[in-house]
Design a binder for this molecule. Sequence first.
Ligand code: ZN
Length: 291
Amino acid sequence: MPCSHCKQSGHNYVTCSHLTTEQKKKIKEDKFKKKKENIEKRKLLEQKFRLEQERQRILKIEKEKNEKENTYIVNNPNSYELSLYFTTTQNPNNIRHFTYIEPNSSKNIQVYPHNIILFYPTLDVLIENSHNAIKKLPVNHSKQPILKLNISDFNDKLNEQKQLLIQNYRESLNNNVINFYNVSSDDNNNNCHSDQLNYYNNVNHIQMEKIIYIEQKVYIEEKTELEKWKEVGLKSNYLLQELIKLGGEKYENLEPIFDMVKDIPIPEHTPHDREIAGIPSILTNVVGEEA
Ligand SMILES: [Zn+2]
């Protein structure tokens, strides 16, 4: 390395002939000062880095804790898929799809106390001609959810149950205390304090599983208004025709009524319509129809 002062090789600034002793001393001091400053700077940087790392670690722990606290298990005992929608107490008209739950299965979901969760059979919320659920459900959607759950209410209920378990646990401990004193007073045992149970014993082990149970329910495809009226019409007319077959016209008083029944025009309909109405059709009973 060449001399840092005169740039000639073969010596350094300490042995440089172009520098006085005073100058050399000053350079040495400056270098030392600079070195010290650099060390300080590095230490500060390292410290900053460590602090940041620690901050990230705490953030991660907080996030995991938060996730765990807000995780619920949904159990779907039905043989059809469920679609879950969430909305909030502040803005209940904004109903958004967020997950599916397969038939006969459980799934973890993450929701928060201000959420309201709506559970629908996916078949009731399908986008027309698709296998996907509607993303944003209109407030006036024609189908009702099989469950509408306010998470904060659900938490309250869980907490109530937990308090009952805690109370029960403490009472069982108190019984132990009474038994213990009964025994120890007889043999004057002074060690009783070490075994004494505290009414305010640690109850952290009492935890509630946050499981949302869905009611087991057979899926019934709802009939349209037209289908309902066809059913009523076809069924009523079928019963009147049966009365005629059974000889209802023989009764003088009923005859004019049955004449009118015969005059009721029945609109065109398919065997499937009769099937839905639950009356004999070529699909169910050919003989019954012709007899
Ligand atoms: Zn030199």
